[in-house]
Ligand binder design. Structure first.
Ligand code: FE2
Length: 551
């Protein structure tokens, strides 16, 4: 049995990240933004392709007690040979050649950034193979079909395949410029949001609109009968005026979002049915940035041909660091271990947390019954920042770097959106114990990574208004009490006080910032936002009485 150390790197488009796989098991994975505090790590432009997830990579190695010289292979989630042939002009085609040149130089950049690393050991993994591997190799269940849908890789935007004897067999790929992910990104930009970042806002806005341009979109966005699709150029202003970041949105914007969202869902259903017809089995592994669209995922589960759909928590480009590493580890003969958690980032022991609190000279307690003490604050309508264990890999806070609130009060959506500087129309999500979830929510369960929306059962809608979106849906995270005993204790303590076994859970960060990662980020965020209590491991810090700052 081969035993190897593989460092995975995503650096090409956005969300640079690193992952470390040892003997087929992931030991660390993190996004660069959590270290540099720059949301999404870098600008999504060709000039930034040289920027590597250096801090994330260094930390992954340190976490394993290794140096760069110990790495057997570096798996880089993009293959320059698959990119369009060089035009001889670095500026041509949106600087595409510059991107490819930087990728070719990546081994040297990596060797310079991580002294001791052997540039010869860098292996390029096709972008969509890396996405696919992040799903079919990491899935904790048997999967037979694999679907990847994103903005773009080297020259494609989609992959459909199947797993044969543990290995990927590709059945269809869609070449650029046709891209469902780029279609959605382009709409995101037209609606005044940040491209390759705020697509989830478009998804939320869609719930406020009617898909009245669905027929028009069906004519220009359509499948080709061979597992691929066509996306013709679309002039968005035909449907709704361009919105700028600070403008109010109107019905045409919401209707356009609803129309594109509906067409995306139909397209995913068609692609999934085509794939199912060729593979027959009922288990799908799904990844790529589009797989973060939890409304579409829920419809795919509800109306599509698959019994189970497994999506990795880092389904976007950050996850290709792990996918590429798993793929290379398997190539080298390692048996791949399934993913058990998204908590693959940094963690601190009690002593380090105490030192951070003492360093800030903040009053704190160490309650004997932490869950009860925190539930008291929540039941009295406090907002609690919760920092426990290792941070999450992927865009969702799953109870390790979370903000919690009482779901019984609708006004808490607005309170949290103020803390986070989010749009008012954005929903916040519920967290519930797995055994309680089916009584309250209708949809795919378990849902440990918050990648599907659920219908809130009618009898619960008025009891937990803060987590019910305008269309009656909620994006639930289910908590397995064996995997997350402290979260389970908190949910139970809150239920004992309120009769409601649900908490509002949103990511612990303020406007425009990545999720907090280290204790200092947490203290800074607590110090600058209207959060009532901060929990750092076993310690509880309460907001002091408020003095007026008026002159
Ligand atoms: Fe991608």
């Amino acid at each position: 049995m081969a035993m190897g150390v593989v460092l995975g790197i995503n650096a090409v488009f956005h969300d640079p990240a690193a992952a470390l796989v040892i003997d087929g098991a992931v030991v660390a994975a993190a996004e660069e933004e959590r270290f540099t505090r720059r949301k999404h790590g870098k600008e999504p432009v060709p000039f930034s392709t040289w920027e590597l997830p250096v801090e994330a990579a260094r930390w992954c190695l340190a976490q394993a007690g290794m140096g760069a010289g110990d790495v057997d292979a570096i798996a880089y989630s993009y293959h320059p040979r698959l990119a369009a042939a060089a035009a001889g002009d670095l500026t041509a085609d949106g600087w595409e050649d510059l991107r490819t040149l930087y990728v070719r130089r990546a081994p040297l950049f990596l060797g310079a950034a991580l002294p001791g690393l052997d540039p010869q050991r860098v292996r390029f993994v096709p972008h969509h193979v890396a996405h696919a591997a992040s799903a079919y190799l990491a899935a904790p269940c048997e999967t037979s079909a694999v679907l990847v849908v994103d903005g773009r890789g080297e020259c494609t935007s989609h992959l459909a395949g199947r797993v044969v004897d543990g290995h990927l067999q590709t059945l269809a790929m869609q070449r650029l410029p046709h891209s469902l992910g780029l279609l959605y990104e382009s709409l995101t930009d037209h609606l005044g949001f940040r491209r390759a970042s705020d697509e989830y806002k478009v998804m939320a806005l869609a719930s406020y609109g009617e898909p009245r341009w669905l027929d028009a979109l069906r004519r220009v966005v359509r499948t080709d009968g061979g597992g691929g699709f066509v996306v013709e150029p679309i002039e968005w202003t035909t449907f709704a005026p361009r919105r700028h970041a600070d403008d109010a949105w109107g019905a045409p914007h919401a209707d356009l979002a609803a129309s594109v969202q509906a067409r995306l869902e139909e397209m995913l259903l068609s692609l999934a049915r085509w794939l199912h017809a060729r593979t027959g089995n009922g288990h799908l592994a799904f990844a790529g940035g589009v797989a973060l669209n939890c409304v579409a995922n829920a419809r795919l589960q509800r109306e599509g041909p698959y019994e189970t759909i497994w999506i990795p928590p880092a389904a976007g480009d950050a996850g290709t660091a792990l996918g590429a590493a798993l793929f290379v580890a398997q190539q080298d003969g390692d048996r791949i271990h399934h993913l058990r958690t998204s908590a693959l980032g940094r963690g601190w022991d009690e002593g380090a947390l105490a030192a951070a609190i003492l360093g800030a000279r903040l009053p704190h307690e160490r309650p004997a019954r932490l869950a009860d003490a925190v539930a008291d604050v929540l039941a009295r309508d406090g907002i609690v920042a919760w920092f426990q264990g290792r941070s999450e890999y992927g865009p969702r806070a799953l109870g390790h770097r979370s903000l919690f609130a009482d779901p019984r009060r609708a006004a808490n959506v607005e309170r949290l959106n103020v803390v986070k500087g989010r749009e008012r129309f954005q929903p916040v999500a519920p967290m519930a114990l797995l055994e309680d979830a089916a009584d309250i929510f209708d949809g795919p369960l378990p849902s440990p990574y918050m990648l599907f929306t659920h219908r809130v059962r009618p009898e619960w809608r008025r009891r937990i208004p803060a987590v019910v979106h305008v269309d009656g849906s909620a994006r639930v995270q289910t908590v397995d009490r064996h995997a997350e005993p402290l979260l389970a204790a908190l949910l139970e303590a809150f239920a004992r006080r309120t009769g409601v076994p649900v908490l509002v859970n949103t990511s612990f960060n303020t406007a425009g910032r990545p999720m907090v990662d280290d204790p200092r980020d947490a203290l800074e965020c607590f110090g600058s936002a209207p959060i009532d209590a901060l929990v750092l491991g076993p310690f509880l810090l309460r907001r002091a009485a408020c003095w007026s700052v008026a002159a």
